[in-house]
Design a protein around this ligand. Structure first.
Ligand SMILES: *Cc1c(COP(=O)(O)O)cnc(C)c1O
Length: 389
């Protein structure tokens, strides 16, 4: 890999400063990149309201930055909600986007002023009606996309459009505002056509609600799914926006509903570089072609998304010159758990002269790393994060 494809000189200088002085492992998050990504997203989707999906990186500096840039927030729990409220964000800028929530938490969110809720089931809808009366609700539908998303999110959440229609009708009967429809096409979604298929379901539902039920829905929440730059090539956000806006225009013309986006990965992924150290290099037999490279980060220190080798992070070492001096490796973490192997099938190559103590830099690790790292599995502490700008 080429360092320049993932990291500017400016960022690299800051990362090196920390790498030369701090003990590994740690994550460096460059707030300037998040700012650029947010502004870029707003420029390609000018009419959309952005609700940052906090789970991607719930760090206070990230919340504060996005608050100041005017972003809204999507919370999945009252704990995330408290973080955002503590940062001084007003409740009208926050949605409760998790369809799975305790009645007591709905009540808590309502008391804090939250008036926008996702749902996908009757039982949750009844809780919202009882404990968050009069609120706006949107119903999440099941969509395709599991095949082409590197981290699918589409089976656990959402319901069939016919059921979503029933829920929206019931919402009105229960005194709630049937506000709109949401979907999530799966995270790191590489196939833009998946949005087209999802949006045509939404269009069908908007029409049905209007002509059969006399209810005018007002909002489409398109979730997240936009990609970050890992090993395999992806389209630019401009291309995503161009296509998606065309689908929307085809479906809704001048009668455009409010559009909400909930980006996580695409906003913060490229802001992060995880700095680790090689702890051990070994072979499993005299003739083993692959070296096993054990590092001081693994699935439990933030690399959870390597599970099933789903997300393939670009890895850099300063010993990299060209492919001729590289050999095949298996990469594994430091804990006593055999699931703690990042890449075995994925055919990673690292320099043959790689040695214990060398730094390995995991690029594009700003999303779903520090929030996923364990509290003290095997006694290892949670992933340390330094925010720079
Ligand atoms: C995780 C999540 C997101 C963010 O998805 P990305 O693919 O990281 O952009 C958005 N909305 C909901 C409801 C989510 O669960």
């Amino acid at each position: 890999m080429q360092l320049a494809d993932y990291c500017s000189d400016r960022e690299w200088k800051k990362i090196k400063e920390l790498a030369d002085t701090k003990e590994t492992p740690f994550l460096v998050v460059d707030l300037e990149i998040i700012k650029q990504k947010y502004e870029e997203l707003k420029s390609v989707f000018p009419a959309a309201i952005v609700h940052y999906a906090l789970k991607a990186n719930p760090g206070e500096p990230v919340i504060n930055l996005l608050r100041d840039l005017g972003s809204n927030f999507d919370c999945a729990s009252i704990f995330e909600l408290n973080k955002v409220l503590d940062a001084g964000v007003s409740p009208d800028r926050i949605s409760y986007g998790n369809t799975i929530k305790k009645a007591a938490h709905v009540k808590y969110a309502y008391e804090k002023g939250i008036r926008l809720y996702a749902t996908d089931s009757k039982s949750d809808l009844q809780n919202i009606a009882e404990f968050a009366p009069g609120s706006n609700v949107f119903v999440r539908i099941l969509v395709e996309g599991g095949e082409t998303a590197e981290w699918p999110l589409s089976r656990k959440f959402g319901c069939h459009p016919d059921m979503a229609i029933d829920l929206l009708v019931q919402a009105k009967q229960l005194g709630l505002v049937p506000y709109g429809i949401s979907f999530h096409v799966g995270s790191q979604q590489k196939d833009i056509a998946v949005w087209d298929a999802a949006l045509s379901k939404v269009k069908y539902m908007f029409d049905w609600m209007k002509y059969e039920e006399g209810i005018a829905l007002q909002m489409i929440n398109m979730g997240g799914g936009f990609p970050a730059n890992y090993i395999s090539e992806v389209n630019t956000i401009q291309t995503y926006a161009q296509e998606i806006l065309r689908y929307l225009k085809d479906d809704h013309g001048d009668d455009m509903p409010t559009i909400i986006l909930e980006p996580g990965r695409s906003l913060v992924g490229e802001s992060g570089v995880l700095v680790s150290e090689v702890v051990l290099i070994s072979r499993k037999s005299r003739t083993d072609l692959k070296r096993w490279v054990y590092t001081d980060v693994g699935l439990f220190q933030g690399l959870m998304e390597t599970m099933g080798e789903a997300i393939k992070y670009p890895i850099y070492t300063e010993k990299m010159t060209d492919r001729s001096n590289e050999g095949n490796v298996v990469l594994a973490g430091p804990t006593c758990d055999s699931t703690d192997i990042m890449y075995e099938q994925a055919n990673y190559h690292l320099p043959l002269n790689l040695a214990v103590g060398d730094r390995l830099y995991w690029m594009t690790t700003g999303a779903y790393t520090n929030s996923y790292s364990s509290v003290e599995f095997n006694g290892f502490p949670p992933l340390q994060t330094y925010y720079v700008d």
